[in-house]
Design a protein around this ligand. Structure first.
Ligand SMILES: Nc1nc2c(ncn2[C@@H]2O[C@H](COP(=O)(O)OP(=O)(O)OP(=O)(O)O)[C@@H](O)[C@H]2O)c(=O)[nH]1
Ligand SMILES: [Zn+2]
Length: 355
């Protein structure tokens, strides 16, 4: 596959030349295992390992390749490659590291568009939609909202849902589709662009696997809830994380992506809740808490029906979470720093004892 079809760009090629990486091949990381990476180049698929220098100079796991990364690689043996460098990322998707609150873990990089999926039935939840939206904005991923399973309800109900989304969420494309009847799929396909990378965000069972099948034009994914799959006693046969879509686009679907929640969303909230940020500029008091103050522009907008109260409540909830997350990150950094200091002190005293 040509590198451009995998999403390779002139910016990356310029970087490669400027950093004397021209002697190596370039490829895109399609899978990440413990110490090995499956890398796709224009000619073949390589089983890549990191050169020692890359491993030892990495200051954190985030300096190591993730799915979606572009890397400089050389083939040293049939099908085996050495990864020399990770090219700059234009977007990263991260999530809170499991069991380590306040720490982010990279899931994928260089994603252009995030398809935020919700189904019209019980999954539909506008607050959660804003959560995924914020995650996209924080990750520099352009969001597209996809409402699935429209065949399960009537057109009017779908329109009510679409109105509800349109009232709260501005400047984002919204498409309603059915994987079953393929209704609306042509509209969605118009938003799938050549050489661009997509990811799917949404709860379990909303139809992500079915959508991959619809958008790849192939039966790549077994669908059905986890229990359905266990009943059938079968799992997805081939493990793919970098998937070719119609129109020459790419989709990243790795296990981490399916569990993504919200991590450090600073920056993202300003975009999702732009209207509220605008209003707060007009509050009478600069330290307004927007709860009981006279002259609060937010309260007044809610009273006038200009914004929904639930929209504001979701904003407050997410702001609080963000603050909590940021404070745990700060605490963790401080702890690490204190620990570093302690080690230094210990070494110093050991040295002076020796003298
Ligand atoms: N009626 C209807 N059913 C759908 C549609 N899309 C998916 N389904 C069904 O919903 C169930 C879940 O679909 P999946 O595509 O496996 O959902 P998923 O989001 O990939 O689920 P996880 O793998 O658990 O994350 C399956 O039984 C599908 O057949 C749709 O548009 N209409
Ligand atoms: Zn206020």
């Amino acid at each position: 596959m040509a590198l451009e079809d995998l999403g390779y760009s002139k910016t990356l090629e310029d970087y490669r030349q400027q950093h004397n990486l021209g002697a190596f091949e370039v490829g895109r990381v399609a899978q990440e295992h413990k110490d090995r990476y499956v890398v796709v180049t224009d000619a073949k698929t390589l089983d890549g390992e990191l050169i020692g220098n890359l491993r030892y100079t990495a200051t954190s796991r985030n300096d190591l390749p993730v799915v979606g990364d572009w890397v400089a690689i050389s083939e040293y043996d049939e099908g085996k490659g050495l990864i020399h460098a990770v090219l700059p990322r234009f977007s990263v998707l991260e999530r809170q590291a499991i069991g380590k609150y306040g720490e982010a873990q990279l899931i994928a990089s260089n994603v252009d568009y995030g398809l935020i999926i919700q189904s019209v039935n019980r999954d539909f939840n506008i607050n959660r939609l804003e959560r995924y939206l914020t995650l996209c904005y924080a990750s520099k991923i352009k969001p597209i909202i996809v409402v699935t399973k429209t065949d399960l309800t009537d057109v009017q109900k779908v329109n009510v849902l679409l109105d509800e989304i349109n009232n709260r969420i501005k400047n984002v494309s919204i498409v309603a589709v059915s994987n079953k009847t393929q209704m609306g799929m042509d509209d969605l396909k118009k938003l799938i662009y050549k050489g661009k990378t997509y990811c799917l965000l949404g709860s379990s069972g909303v139809g992500k696997s079915s959508l991959i099948n619809s958008l790849s034009g192939a039966y790549l994914m077994k669908t059905g809830s986890i229990s359905e799959r266990i009943d059938r006693g079968k799992h997805v046969t081939t493990h793919r994380e970098l998937i070719s879509l119609i129109n020459g686009a790419i989709l990243i679907d790795n296990p981490g992506m399916r569990e993504v929640g919200i991590t450090d969303a600073s920056g993202g909230l300003e975009s999702t809740f732009e209207k509220i940020y605008e209003l707060t500029q007009h509050c009478k008091f600069s330290d307004c808490t927007h709860t009981t103050e006279q002259g609060c522009a937010v309260i007044s907008a809610i009273e006038k029906g200009e914004i929904e109260e639930s929209f504001f409540e979701n904003y407050l909830k997410m702001e609080r979470e963000k603050e909590h997350f940021e404070s745990t990150v700060a605490e963790k950094r401080k702890k690490d720093k204190d620990f570093g200091k302690m080690i230094k002190q210990y070494k110093k005293s050991k040295n002076s004892n020796r003298n």
